[in-house]
Ligand binder design. Structure first.
Ligand code: NAD
Length: 418
């Protein structure tokens, strides 16, 4: 059976994942209602605008809105399928905060009719799709929810995690393989009918818990590998050996592919998702926990190194290049670069710290409390700085000529100016 979805679709959460998904589906001729609790986001999309930077998304949104295929609202409408793409941050104790997912499920529940499909796209710990089904059941005891081994459910519930890379979302949302895990095989099949509309990659059907864990494992794998590179960086620094040279040489082995060290791990996914595995199996996920700790410690180490270098000067000026969590995007969520800048500013309250980022126009909220940080253009900051710290490898920073860095202390955490 290779059914393709027909009908109306609603997506809850119009952020980095929900909005591109809405566009991908709307441009395949499906009427999509985007729902968000943030009125500014709803208003922007109604005007055909995108409230954040993501290549090729703006043209997709304005086109889908102009064609009348995509509308945005704050009310969940009736539809044939519902996709949940709301945030899943973690609590203080690193357990998943599922309050957004629960709220979304409870908002959908009153609108459900037999035959509807509910897909959870938010990255979630094992068992969350099952919880979505229970939360709906609590509001709608009249509906028969799917159960493994039983036939004849009214509603089809599945998990389809997202694995796109910010900066390439509009390409990867189409080309990546998709994992679709149903509470029953029929739930997986029904949910897959939605992704067949636009996904050119393979659609792999499985059960919901396997799909949930597979997504978390992907990011834990990345985190562990980055932690390995970061630990190599610490070891090389202590032994006065150039880590980039070591990695370059080791990677010439046909079965070795070490990642690059950096100032830490940021974004919405890699620093968050491994914790969901740790909290699901605390006594067993030892390597995954240690990797998180190694990577979380990185911004502190980088800041400590800069502070040590600053002590060689009487009143140094420090330029920190990059604030976003990765290169060439405007996303500052969980950004280790912001942590580094804040830690330096706190440790050296009398030193002027110039924060530079071509993608960040306003002082990030986390840095607003420091009186000694100023946003500056790259040219002026590098010109004035005694110490230049490269935190994010944005293309304009890569292009800075070596001659402009002469006579300054340079701390290149990304290895781009070697
Ligand atoms: N950003 C990524 O690159 C990425 C990649 C893979 C997976 N994910 C996962 O996808 C999910 C969404 O992430 P995102 O980056 O799109 O988040 P986001 O913060 O960009 O967007 C989430 C949106 O959901 C809205 N929202 C919250 N509660 C709502 C509700 N009850 N009803 C309607 N809207 C609601 C928020 O206002 C926000 O606009 C998360 O679980 C995340 O871990 C993200």
């Amino acid at each position: 059976m290779t059914e393709i979805f027909k009908g109306r679709l609603a997506i809850l959460g119009l952020g980095y994942i929900g909005l591109p998904t809405a566009v991908a589906i709307a441009t395949r001729g499906i009427d999509v209602t985007g729902v968000d609790i943030n009125p500014a986001i709803v208003a922007a999309i109604c005007r055909g605008e995108v409230p954040f930077v993501e290549p090729d998304l703006a043209v997709g949104v304005s086109g889908a809105v102009a064609m009348g295929r995509l509308v945005a609202t704050s009310e969940v409408p009736e539809a044939d399928a519902f996709i949940i793409a709301v945030p899943t941050p973690f609590n203080e104790d690193h357990t998943a905060d599922l309050s957004y997912v629960k709220a979304a499920a409870e908002q959908i529940a009153p609108r459900l009719k037999p035959g509807n499909i509910v897909v959870l796209e938010s990255t979630s710990p094992p068992g969350t799709t099952e919880m979505v089904s229970s939360w709906i059941a609590a509001v709608r005891p009249d509906l028969k929810m799917p159960r493994d081994g039983e036939n004849g459910a009214d509603i089809y519930v599945a998990h389809c995690p997202e694995r796109v890379l910010p900066g390439r979302i509009m390409i990867e949302i189409i080309t990546n393989d998709r994992v679709v895990g149903g509470l029953t095989p029929l739930c997986a099949e029904k949910a897959a009918s939605i992704y067949r509309l636009f996904a050119q990659g393979e659609i792999l059907l499985t059960d919901a818990a396997s799909a949930e864990l597979a997504k978390l494992v992907e990011n834990a794998y990345r985190d562990v590998n980055i932690a390995f590179a970061n630990e190599l960086s610490l070891i090389s620094e202590a032994l006065h050996i150039d880590v980039w040279e070591v990695i370059r040489l080791a990677n010439r082995h046909p079965r070795v592919s070490i990642l690059s060290p950096g100032p830490g791990v940021g974004g919405h996914c890699i620093p968050v998702d491994p914790w969901f595995i740790v909290s699901a199996a605390p006594g067993l996920a030892k390597l995954i926990r240690t990797a998180r700790e190694v990577n979380d410690r990185r911004p502190h180490h980088v800041a400590e190194q800069v502070v040590m270098k600053a002590k060689r000067f009487h009143a140094p000026t420090i330029a920190c290049l990059g604030l976003t969590f990765k290169a060439n995007v405007d996303d500052v969520r969980e950004s280790p670069a912001i942590d580094v800048v804040g830690l330096i500013a706190r440790a050296l309250p009398d030193v002027e710290v110039l924060a530079v980022d071509p993608y960040v126009e306003k002082m990030p909220r986390q840095l607003a409390e420091y009186g000694n940080i100023r946003l500056e253009q790259a040219y002026d900051a590098v010109e004035r700085a005694d110490i230049v710290v490269l935190l994010v490898e944005h293309d304009p920073f890569r292009a800075i000529r070596h001659t402009r860095l002469g006579g300054k202390i340079v701390y290149d955490t990304r290895g781009v100016w070697r």
